[in-house]
Ligand binder design. Structure first.
Ligand SMILES: Cc1cc2nc3c(=O)[nH]c(=O)nc-3n(C[C@H](O)[C@H](O)[C@H](O)COP(=O)(O)O)c2cc1C
Length: 430
């Protein structure tokens, strides 16, 4: 990578749409259909990657989890040639030997476009035995070992293990395929991996989870961290914290890359965008909103009787270390609640689940994006709305050309692998 800073990279989501239910009901349709449409539009518009979030429990957040990400992205990888394939998969409810085989295969069949968004899950324990969800500390300790095992397995074939035999075939020198002999608290894995060296060496390592445990995991292993940073200040504080910790782990400067979702409301004029935001706020279902906010605040709080136009009494707000599920979200909404926001304002903010939301014309939205990019707190951005008629036009004919006019985005794919398109260095072998 030259001295010039890498351009902003783009992603779009292929999970969570309720269209999967409609397709499931219609024997003439495949539940993959909308994913294929998004993946093809993404590639036509040189979007860097497609992303699948995941939840391991019914009804948690709409249709997220209605398709298993690795299978969905393997199929979408077969109908695309350039877009990266980012699958969210839990370290709490998967074994690392299987994870190495699954992502290793995805990287091979996509010729080097696999990426793993490692999460520790904050729900779904009822589907994996009758025990409670392990504590955040236990989940992140297991996640640390899981990533160590997976990386050791990807590195278990030494260079030269596979060589052309000069007669059009290959020679496998299995003396260069070594056991990993990993013995940890959570895992004991002999190895080696039974999948040959990956096109990318290792899939690109993403991570999501921004509590203290999440920051530590991301600083140590992630090449890209998926974040919920509603304000520029939040982005600056978080980026400083995780980059400083990463440097202490001896990570290269500028890593991990900061990846944010961008919940945009587009208008042909600023007034139109503001009107749409106002109308969306007025249309808020506050009963459902109180439940969603309670979930953002850790789930142990009842907001059903509180007055809407008053702040939440501080005595009701949870202590962070007492939160068992998502401390990252509680940090975001606890701070907002403590700042004096009314219940109404908090419920409306919770609709974006802590993500960065902005409204305006494509030029104004490009300004907001450029501000974070120039502040070095944004390297990868997720843009949505490619299959929504109105938004599609604003993104494809408004925002993307404007970002390219400002030379903030690549005009084409830079290489064959996702790692090359992110301009990431080769992974350092263990
Ligand atoms: C931006 C962002 C996206 C996330 N996406 C997922 C997801 O798709 N699936 C999931 O199980 N957890 C997801 N998480 C949550 C966490 O990784 C994780 O599950 C954990 O329990 C809570 O993380 P935290 O308290 O460290 O923030 C996400 C977290 C963040 C910050």
């Amino acid at each position: 990578m030259g001295s010039e800073r890498r351009k902003l990279k783009t992603v779009t989501g292929v999970s969570g749409s309720r269209d999967v239910y409609a397709a499931a009901l219609d024997p003439t349709r495949s539940t993959l259909e909308e994913g294929i449409r998004i993946a093809r539009i993404a590639q036509e518009n040189k979007i860097g990657a497609i992303f699948a979030a995941d939840l391991l429990s019914f009804g948690a957040q709409g249709a997220i989890g209605a398709q298993e990400p690795l299978i969905q992205l393997a199929a979408l990888g077969a109908v695309t040639t350039d877009v990266g394939l980012i699958a969210t998969v839990s370290t709490t409810f998967h074994h690392p030997y299987n994870l190495a085989r699954l992502f290793g295969t995805l990287d091979h069949i996509s010729n080097g476009r696999a990426a793993w968004n490692a999460v520790t899950s904050s729900l779904g324990e009822e589907n994996y035995g009758d025990g409670d969800l392990p504590s955040p500390e236990q989940r992140y300790a297991r996640a640390t070992e899981s990533i160590e095992v997976v990386n050791a397995l990807f590195d278990s074939w030494r260079p030269g293990a596979l060589r052309p035999d000069g007669a059009g075939g290959v020679t496998l020198d299995d003396s260069l395929v070594r056991p990993v002999d990993y013995a940890g608290q959570h895992f004991s894995v002999r190895g080696p991996l039974n999948i040959p060296p990956l096109p990318q060496g290792r899939p690109v390592q993403f991570q999501a989870g921004q509590s203290a445990g999440g920051v530590e995991l991301g600083a140590r292993f992630a090449e890209v961290v998926f974040t919920s940073l509603a304000t520029l200040e939040d982005a600056i504080t978080y980026t400083k914290k995780i980059r400083a910790r990463a440097a202490e782990w001896g990570r290269p400067n500028g890593l991990p890359l900061i990846f944010s979702s961008f919940h945009a409301t587009y208008g042909a004029t600023e007034q139109e965008a503001r009107r749409l935001v106002r109308e969306a706020a007025e249309a808020t279902d506050f009963d459902a909103g109180r439940r969603q906010l309670a979930d953002m605040l850790g789930g142990g709080i009842d907001l059903s009787e509180l007055p809407l136009d008053k702040p939440i009494p501080e005595t009701l707000l949870p202590q962070l270390d007492s939160v068992h599920r998502r401390r990252g979200r509680v940090e975001i909404f606890g701070k907002l609640a403590a700042s004096g926001a009314t219940l109404r304002e908090l419920v409306i903010a919770a609709k974006d689940t802590g993500h960065w939301a902005a409204a305006g014309t494509p030029e104004q939205l490009a300004d907001a994006i450029e501000e974070r990019y120039r502040a070095d707190v944004l390297d990868v951005i997720s843009l949505g709305g490619f299959t929504d008629g109105r938004t599609h036009d604003f993104v494809v004919n408004g925002l993307l050309p404007e970002l390219r006019r400002r030379k903030l985005l690549d005009t084409d794919y830079l290489g064959g692998t996702y790692r090359e398109n992110l301009e990431l260095p080769a992974p350092t072998r263990t």
